[in-house]
Design a protein around this ligand. Sequence first.
Ligand SMILES: [Zn+2]
Length: 267
Amino acid sequence: MSAPIAERRIEQRRAFHAYPEPSWCEFLTTSRLVDRVKEIGVDEVHVGEAAIAADERVGVPDDDTLERWRTRAAERGAREDVLDATAGGATGLVAVLDRGPGPVVGLRVDIDALPFEEASDDAHEPAVEGFRSENEGIMHACGHDAHMTIGLSVLETVAASDFSGTFKVFFQPAEEVLGGGRPMAESGHVDDVDAFFAVHVGFGHPTGEVVAGARSRSRSGRRARGSPARPRTPARRPTRAGTRCRPWPRRCRTSTGSRATRTRSRA
Ligand SMILES: [Zn+2]
């Protein structure tokens, strides 16, 4: 990765980190993602109720909470078309590259944050470097800021490649309340996907190491098998991550495969 691209991605990740939004309130996040995928030049962008089956949502906050976050997003310059499409907390988007005949490949990344207070001391890099959460009591403590950046980076890389087929990136809302997976799965956008990938950052391996595995069912009903690659004991959140040291939330552990393919990759 060349230095300017690496710097741009660090900047993107930090911008997401600085403005975390809770589940179903990812209004400005969705708006920023729409801007980015349009810059990349995707062929389709499905936003809000066009990206999810809104009736399948679980864990939607009350109207006052939704309105508070929507208003805050509007004040920060969120796109009006996105605010309309995500009204009532139908957040998230699906970005599609249609590059001719070939397989339909999906990548899912999640976009919401957790109700944690972020550290502000000198040992906490976001505080020192100026990208600590602007939204007190909410923090990207589960790495979804990185996941969004990964989704955008892969999308940009595929767009610039000679890939033939269709590539879809699912920017899924409300992972932290386990409420956004089914709405996205039932949206219709997954139905034609031949190969589906999901990612999660974690602490169980050295920085730069990628661990991969498969545990899925194909459209044909065949099952690809693998067992978890992550350590059996849950990783503990290190204090330098900026939150109180506590077990990694169960919902946020990675589920990758133990017969893992390991490759070294630059972070
Ligand atoms: Zn997570």
